[in-house]
Write a protein that binds this ligand. Structure first.
Ligand code: AMP
Length: 420
């Protein structure tokens, strides 16, 4: 597990006037899933981790791990809705003596995908906040309804407890207008809230700060390019701790090649598929979000499988890998230019943390920009943040495991600690 800075300080480094209770429950609610972690902010320890899957189906499953005992328990069988799911989670936590009724629980932190322009910071949830998250459903039709369900369920269970929304978009609200706007009619853009919001912000925030820490410097002193390469993937340019550009846009479809999303493409491809291919808008939506990217290119979206196929000489997998890396390299170059000077490039998430060949290929040929990877260091596997560039490199290249749950817990605890 990644080590964390002293939990007695907030994200901005200010000391906390520590409230008595020290635990934060983090909930990440999807349309048919509920991920959770219970953290102790005194020592940064994880008390429990779990996931409820296939909520609403006959084959629901709850998988719960208690950190103190190392026990993992599973419940299989129908869990009707999110309320039942959270009740089942509460039951598991009670069995471990860390139930949701404990006075040690300080707050619940919720991941909320879309906060629009409105939510620039973690926000204590009240009815007006829920209304605003609801108003953003048209720009996040898949995610915000599920996040709202999670919040409502948790509020029903512990109405007395502070609940905080931490937005995936918040870190990117510092982007200047010229990076956030598309070059389309301004009035239309404003009317329909069409602009670049960016996503994975909690991860970009965490990783950019953790990278500064790895360099032994303050976040305000460093410029970092963060490459969050999971099944979804995004890049960001972070100047002195503030995001100045990011690759995802109105929705998570823009930018890098992803597991199943196309990333950037000429918008006229959509008109073409509609007019010439006769596809419906819903079919094109599904094509670009669920059947494109690595999957569309070669039939696999898992980088492990793609690497295995490349090792066997598979040309389709090779081409998919090359397209993926080419796009990544273009974004590194673009964000290098946006930042002017770069102190570090940080790789994170499933692919970024594990796929050494992707990291090596992404910076190959960029020695002129001061970017290089040491093959020996790049091959080392581990859970800790580490440098993979040669010791004399002008720009640090790092692998920095992300920890969105910790970031949500820390932001939640900092807000509650301020007595807001
Ligand atoms: P995430 O969305 O961050 O959980 O990342 C999931 C993706 O990470 C998977 O779809 C894989 O493509 C990739 N991944 C996970 N482990 C490895 C690994 N050991 N080597 C290469 N890719 C990996």
């Amino acid at each position: 597990m990644t080590s964390h800075p002293s939990p007695a300080a907030t994200a901005s480094g200010e000391p906390l006037s520590a409230p008595l209770a020290s635990r934060v429950l983090v909930l990440n609610s999807g349309s048919s899933s509920l991920k959770y972690q219970l953290l102790d902010m005194r020592d940064g320890g994880r008390l429990a981790v779990g996931l409820v899957e296939r909520i609403g189906e006959q084959t629901s499953r709850l998988r719960h791990t208690c950190a103190a005992t190392g026990d993992t328990r599973e419940q299989n069988g129908p869990i009707a809705d999110h309320h039942a799911a959270l009740k089942a989670v509460a039951g598991e936590l009670s069995r471990d003596g860390i139930g949701l009724d404990s006075p040690e629980l300080a707050a619940i932190g919720h991941r909320v995908v879309h906060g629009g322009k409105f939510f620039t910071e973690p926000t204590l949830i009240d009815d007006s906040v829920l209304t605003e998250i609801e108003r953003l459903i048209p720009v996040a039709p898949l995610h915000n309804p599920a996040n709202l369900t999670g919040i409502r369920t948790a509020r029903a269970l512990r109405p007395d407890l502070p609940q905080v929304a931490v937005f995936d978009t918040a870190f990117h609200t510092t982007m200047p207008e010229y990076a956030a706007r598309y070059a389309i009619d301004t009035k239309l853009a404003d009317r329909y809230r069409v602009r670049r919001y960016g996503f994975h912000g909690t991860s970009h925030a965490y990783v950019s700060r953790a990278t500064a820490r790895l360099l032994g410097r303050a976040p305000e002193e460093v410029n970092v390019i963060v490459l969050h390469l999971g099944n979804g993937a995004s890049a960001s340019a972070v100047r002195g701790g503030r995001c100045v550009d990011t690759s995802m846009g109105l929705t998570p479809l823009e930018g890098l090649v992803m597991g199943t999303r196309s990333g950037d493409l000429d918008p006229a491809v959509i008109f073409h598929l509609r007019r010439v291919g006769g596809m419906s808008m819903d079919e094109i939506d599904t094509l670009l979000n669920k059947r494109s990217g690595l999957f569309g290119l070669c039939g696999d979206n898992d980088m492990r499988e793609i690497q295995r196929r490349i090792d066997e000489g598979d040309a389709g997998a090779r081409l998919a890998f090359d397209i993926y890396v080419h796009r990544l390299k273009k974004y590194i170059g673009a964000y290098y230019a946006v930042l002017g000077t770069v102190d570090a490039v940080a790789f994170t998430a499933g692919v970024g943390e594990n796929a050494a060949p992707v990291r090596a290929a992404a910076v190959e040929g960029l020695a002129g920009l001061g970017l290089a990877v040491d093959p020996g260091l790049n091959a080392v596997r581990g859970d800790e943040a580490r440098l993979i560039s040669p010791p004399d490199a002008r720009v640090a290249v790092a692998v920095v495991p992300t920890d969105e749950e910790w970031e949500i817990a820390e932001q939640t605890y900092a807000l509650v600690g301020k007595g807001v």
